[in-house]
Design a protein around this ligand. Sequence first.
Ligand SMILES: Cc1ncc(COP(=O)(O)O)c(C=O)c1O
Length: 387
Amino acid sequence: MDHVVRIDNGLIPKSEFIGLENIVHLAAGGEAPMLKSHIEVVNRFMSDKALAENSRVRMDDTVNRCKNKVATLFNVAAEDIALLSSSSEGINNLVYGLKWKPGDNVVACDVEFPSEILPWTRLKEKGVEIRIVRNRDWYVSLKDIERKIDKRTKIVAISQVSYFTGQRLPLAELSQMVRSCGALLCVDSTHSAGVIPVEAKLADIMVASCYKWLLATHGVAIFYLNRDRLENFDPPFLGWHSSVSIPDWKEPTVFELRANADRFEPGNHGFISVYVLDNALEQILRIGVPEIEKHVLELSGQLRAGLEELGFELMTPQHPSERAGNVCFMTQHIDAIVEALKEKGILVWGGYAGVGRVRVSTHLYNTSEDVNRLLGALKELPKSLKP
Ligand SMILES: Cc1ncc(COP(=O)(O)O)c(C=O)c1O
């Protein structure tokens, strides 16, 4: 093993989370636990909700505060950020909002999260081809992505960090390559935002779910629109919120579309979720992404080395620049392993997509002791479940 730094404390103590008292939680890549401070925030939302018109003022203030924090996290302007209900909704905006011609193609990877693939299948009837980049031993290379791109490639859709293998792609090189081919880059930063730096400008569209590494909850997701690159991108869905002001009743079909990313928000936000996200981002930005990245990479490095020593077949690259918080290994015994660990109070995430894999996620509340507890429990598995 390389030089190991023992991490005795989380960047946020476990005592500040709900439900972590007697649990080793290594599953933030699936569902992260909730901060206790979210309770106060949800209570604040409940009180604000009683204030009738004034409630909207407070809710909109919270949305604006939250967007400013997302903008800081992504190093972009708040005007480039929309808050939607899910990442999947964000991707569908591209399917139904961009102008597609027969012969166009979309490039995506075989180990991509389904929401970065399935929406494009709706374009097949318009003659749009979906080109799948094949992984090699679970590794996706920029060269292989480049080979799939041609003059008719409209979008390359990919995750910065893979939900399935844990591989982190070099966003700057990817962006440079995709743009030099004349295509758009759509990035899912669900497994990178809140863990490693996310330079959103390198993408043209970015989505991120908030209930995992961002420590918030469902019902709100981030949608970044690179307005310099997609100035005239018209939203496919409209509602009262899409308009700068409520139309005059005498001309109810006349309206001015909002100019910023908020034109992709047709109705009210999931305010209660936005309150929670705002609080979660407060904590993440207070600590700072560089600190979180250092913490997470040290732990995922310890974990990866330990799993390798136990003989598990790893999917996640070894080099720290090519991974983030997810370390994934293959097994035919997902359910039995996940269950055996659960019995010992250790939570990981299984998953099957043609191959069985277990994903172990280290986040800012984890410590080296958590990693050692997991490795110890895997060592004690019955022979039939071991590699
Ligand atoms: C890469 C990635 N994107 C998106 C999601 C979730 O998408 P949504 O916000 O639409 O539920 C997941 C969930 O596992 C994911 O792994």
